[in-house]
Design a protein around this ligand. Structure first.
Ligand SMILES: [Fe+2]
Ligand SMILES: [Fe+2]
Length: 244
């Protein structure tokens, strides 16, 4: 108890010493991004946040993708259930991994165009077919494929209204995916995505440790500290309030 209080106190002190400025994207819409930047008062004893945010759990020194699941992502049951369903349906390990990772942008970074963001995050570390499938599940979700029993999601009718039509770039990417040799891999993400909101199913992350170990190339320096084209995106998830 005493130790917990000490940690809490240290955290508050650390935070009191740091100035947090929210990135434009956090507030764009709530406020007009073109307006003047509201700078917090900057007394001489305070410094701008340039790394770990003490309000968040500290990441291990050499984080793995699973550490991001446990330390940074919002609820991930949807991803875990999706991967479990793919496994139950006899999908390959690559597809199970794709299902496990297909919405990580929504869970940890940005919602809009989440399939594209998720794919970009994992691209340097997985088989090209895995990131391809994740990228195109975004578009395919909006289009039925009776051959595998996939229908336009009822939930989308509720969420977006019966008249919603995807933008032309989604239609274009759907057409591209439809004629691609890896089409079925992206489609399988959608097929296993459907049930993946079951409140009564509880899946543990540990079930996928082996598959991740076999198919996700963990960088030696830790995910985010390597020099891949998406390493900085992982660092942003790790340090979302870093000033520069
Ligand atoms: Fe998705
Ligand atoms: Fe999903």
């Amino acid at each position: 108890m005493e130790q917990a209080e000490a940690i809490e106190r240290a955290m508050i002190e650390e935070l009191e010493q740091a100035i947090v400025v929210k990135s434009v994207i956090y507030t764009s819409g709530q406020r007009d991004p073109r307006g003047p930047v509201q700078r917090p008062a900057n007394p001489s004893n305070k410094r701008y946040m340039m790394g770990h945010d003490p309000r968040l759990p500290r990441m291990p020194e050499k984080p793995t993708v699973l550490d991001y699941f446990t330390h940074r992502f919002g609820p991930t049951q949807h991803l875990l259930q999706s991967a479990r369903l793919a496994q139950k349906n006899g999908a390959s390990e690559k597809i199970v991994l794709a299902c496990l990772l297909h919405d990580i942008a929504t869970a940890g970074l940005i919602r809009g165009d989440h399939g594209y963001w998720s794919a970009q995050l994992v691209e340097p570390y997985v088989d090209p077919e895995v990131s391809w499938a994740i990228r195109y599940h975004q578009a395919l979700r909006f289009y039925a494929d009776e051959s595998v029993g996939y229908q336009y999601p009822d939930s989308y009718r509720r969420l977006f209204g019966p008249d919603y039509r995807p933008e032309p770039y989604i239609e274009r990417d759907y057409q591209h995916a439809r004629n691609h040799p890896w089409y079925m891999s992206a489609r399988l993400i959608c097929v296993n995505d459907l049930y993946a909101f079951d409140q009564n199913v509880r899946v543990e992350l540990e079930e996928f440790t082996d598959i991740v170990g076999r198919h996700f190339k963990q960088p030696e320096e830790g995910l985010g500290f390597d020099a891949s084209p998406s390493a900085h995106m992982w660092r942003t998830i790790m340090w979302p309030t870093k000033y520069l």
